[in-house]
Design a protein around this ligand. Structure first.
Ligand SMILES: Nc1nc2c(ncn2[C@@H]2O[C@H](COP(=O)(O)OP(=O)(O)O)[C@@H](O)[C@H]2O)c(=O)[nH]1
Ligand SMILES: [Mg+2]
Length: 147
């Protein structure tokens, strides 16, 4: 949690007490509580093809998850964050999802997600738990010529 989230979370009981005392609506506090607890910052890791994004994330994770040396046409965007259980999910913009294996992702067997799908990964690792309020988004720029 960010410091500001902690401050808001700690203040909620006091705010509830005041709202009750002055007979003001307090139902919005439930939404505020959920938003405070679930606040996630998306951290984009964007770079040209072969800049080393996948290698950098693999080093951070401590084990190879992302395929390296993938050509720009077959690079699928990915999101990675902490969770208590591991999951690798292929996602389409229309809401469809499919379970993937580590091998699928490492071998880039993801053609079915072209052209606009992405991979959502959660891992139970201490280094991701330390930034549990962040999701890292891994995106390749289409081609270096566009820079
Ligand atoms: N020399 C060197 N090569 C790197 C470094 N990081 C990545 N590479 C190599 O650059 C190539 C492309 O890396 P990759 O992580 O797939 O780049 P991405 O397209 O940005 O995800 C691979 O062959 C990596 O081994 C680095 O820091 N130094
Ligand atoms: Mg890559």
């Amino acid at each position: 949690m960010f410091h500001q989230q902690t401050l808001i979370a700690e203040a909620i009981p006091t705010v509830r007490t005041l709202l009750t005392r002055y007979e003001r609506p307090a139902d919005w506090l439930a939404t505020l509580t959920a938003d405070t607890q679930n606040f996630i910052v998306r951290v984009p890791l964007v770079g040209a093809f072969s800049a080393g994004k996948s290698s950098l994330l693999n080093a951070f994770i401590g084990t190879p998850i992302f395929a390296t040396n993938i050509d720009p046409e077959t690079a699928i965007p990915a999101e990675i964050s902490h969770a208590h259980s591991e999951s690798l999910t292929g996602c389409w913009p229309d809401g469809r999802k499919m379970a993937l294996s580590r091998e699928d992702v490492l071998q880039n067997q993801l053609a079915m997600l072209q052209p606009s799908g992405w991979v959502d990964i959660t891992l139970a690792l201490p280094q991701l738990a330390a930034i549990s309020h962040a999701t890292v988004q891994l995106t390749s720029l289409p081609c270096t010529e566009s820079l």
